[in-house]
Design a protein around this ligand. Sequence first.
Ligand code: PHE
Length: 341
Amino acid sequence: MKEQLATIRAQALEAVASAEDSAQLDSVRVQYLGKKGELTALLKQMGKLSPQERPVMGQLANAARADLEEALEQRSRELDAQALEKRLKDEALDVTIPGKPVRIGHKHPMYMVLDEIKDIFLNMGFEVLDGPEVELSDYNFTKLNTPDDHPAREWSDTFYLDEDSRTLLRTQTSPMQIRAMETLSLPIRVIVPGRVYRKDEVDATHSPMFHQIEGLVVDKGITMADLKGTLNAVIKKIYGPNTVTRFRPHHFPFTEPSCEMDIQCHKCGGVGCPTCKGEGWIEVLGAGMVHPKVLRNCNVDPDVYSGFAFGMGLERLALGRFKISDLRLIFENDIRFLEQF
Ligand code: PHE
């Protein structure tokens, strides 16, 4: 029995040493120390031994068992260490490899100009408002003193959203004049940038969607001098201090008197060239004194308060500011174009 024990011990230790992973090691453990294991089986035969032999064999068997357990334990630690090392090697990160640069976008040129303009007005004490692009025709037209038979209300000019022409994609940001007067307390000084929609074909200067910046000032004693002073100061901030401007009489239903503001062509200095289409002047905005009827529509007393309003096209300002020749470039989002700014 002694020899049998020695053989089993040697085989077991050998098997432990050659186990290559923890699964193999486990089956070695079961093969020798499990309930039906070889060493266990041997120990069960102890009963057959004589009382003198029994303690001697018992000691030997226990020693063999302890040796085997320790060998299993040690091999298990070795295998764990090996596995860890392999993982570290496999997942090794070479921190010296140069990174892949992330391409970061930047602001669209039109929004750069919008931010400049917002800054100019904020510094003058204006607030910036936002308004709905889906508007009631009441706000887009009626309350702006634009009656039912006005040509601007034609289906061929306006994107209506229902058969009875109650809602539409706003054709101008001017409805925000009404909303501002209805919701804010006087005095009012606001600008409202936003998208507007008209049934225009796309070409170098037209798009069915474009952006306007509406402005409204209402207070006691506001005059045309305030309108001219404010807009001259703003336009000179945008186009440079030497910009020459002029105000031309015009007509809008919701302002009286109304005007358009031109800047002298920066390309030809007023002589006439392709940029200004031979005119020498470039129109930059529409404006006027808020019509008394419009004030009254918003419960503002025209005998106490007066105001001025203006609307400028943002794309046109961006084209002029960056000397871009075609409006379509603003909307196409061609990276080769956008990266130039
Ligand atoms: N809403 C006018 C337009 O779209 C511009 C404008 C705004 C004119 C405010 C006068 C006052 O042409």
